[in-house]
Design a protein around this ligand. Structure first.
Ligand code: FE2
Length: 263
């Protein structure tokens, strides 16, 4: 499976997106003409891949908003609440490691690009595992063996247990987000998470080993959430992205679970 592919918009892209996303871990869509309704286009693309899950939490009321992209936007009022509204660098992570339904693909759409910085950065799981194998074999073994609870508190949707590194027929899978490692993990799991976080930030990110994509307005990326890690460079000025998660497998089961949680 290829790591990153840039695809310039063309008529018929909608019919090809499923194949593109299954053969590339990151698909960067560019040159979307101004005649295309961005909202409609990216919703149709998401629906083409499976079940597009669009729900956001209103930062002011903390209530769940249905049928809304997750808004990733610098907002000085909420910048200390979550990375979504901050302008600081965001460590490497997967978006939905804590989700109890399998949201395999993340869709990220640019409304406004930061004038300085703010690239989304990507690390291929294959390269990451090569680095761990060579330089941190003990840590790698732990990441394959120990289960981690993700999700700071019990939640019907955003709480999940997984090994950081696992494998399926298509290769390695990663479940990781340092920001949502549950405090009730065992001390040795918490220690492992600290060590992995330090390795990623000190050597992978600051080593310049990630591939940056500076999304321009109207551009989007579709990424296979668990086959890469992604993060963000810090930025100055305003920046506004939209995000959705897409379930691509076992859709009936996912639908049932979503119905049970949200009614
Ligand atoms: Fe993310």
């Amino acid at each position: 499976m290829n790591f990153i592919k840039r695809v310039r918009y063309y008529d018929g892209l909608l019919a090809d997106i499923k194949n593109l996303v299954s053969t590339n871990k990151v698909v960067h869509i560019s040159d979307v003409p101004s005649s295309v309704d961005i909202d409609k286009f990216y919703i149709e693309m998401g629906d083409q891949l499976g079940m597009l899950f669009r729900k956001d939490v209103d930062p002011a009321t903390r209530q769940l908003v249905h049928d809304s992209w997750t808004i990733v936007k610098y907002d000085v009022r909420y910048l200390h609440d979550t990375y979504k509204h901050s302008n600081k660098a965001q460590p490497l992570h997967t978006d939905y490691c804590n989700a109890s339904i399998a949201l395999d693909v993340v869709e990220l759409i640019c409304v406004e690009a930061a004038p300085f910085g703010g690239a989304t950065i990507f690390m291929d799981s294959i390269l990451l595992l090569e680095l761990l194998k060579k330089f941190k074999p003990g840590l790698m073994k732990q990441l394959q063996d120990k289960e981690v609870i993700f999700g700071k508190a019990p939640h019907p949707l955003f709480r999940n247990t997984a090994r950081v590194i696992s494998y399926d027929d298509d290769g390695p899978l990663l479940y990781w987000n340092y920001a949502v490692v549950a405090p009730d993990n065992t001390p040795d799991v918490l220690q492992m998470c600290e060590e992995f976080h330090d390795f990623l930030e000190s050597y992978v990110v600051r080593g310049g080993l990630c591939t940056p994509i500076n999304l321009a307005p109207r551009e989007g990326v579709f990424m296979q959430d668990k086959r890469i890690l992604h993060g963000r460079n810090s930025f100055l000025g305003d920046r506004h992205l939209l995000k959705g998660g897409i379930a691509t497998k076992d859709l009936e089961m996912v639908q049932e679970k979503v119905h049970k949680i949200f009614g």
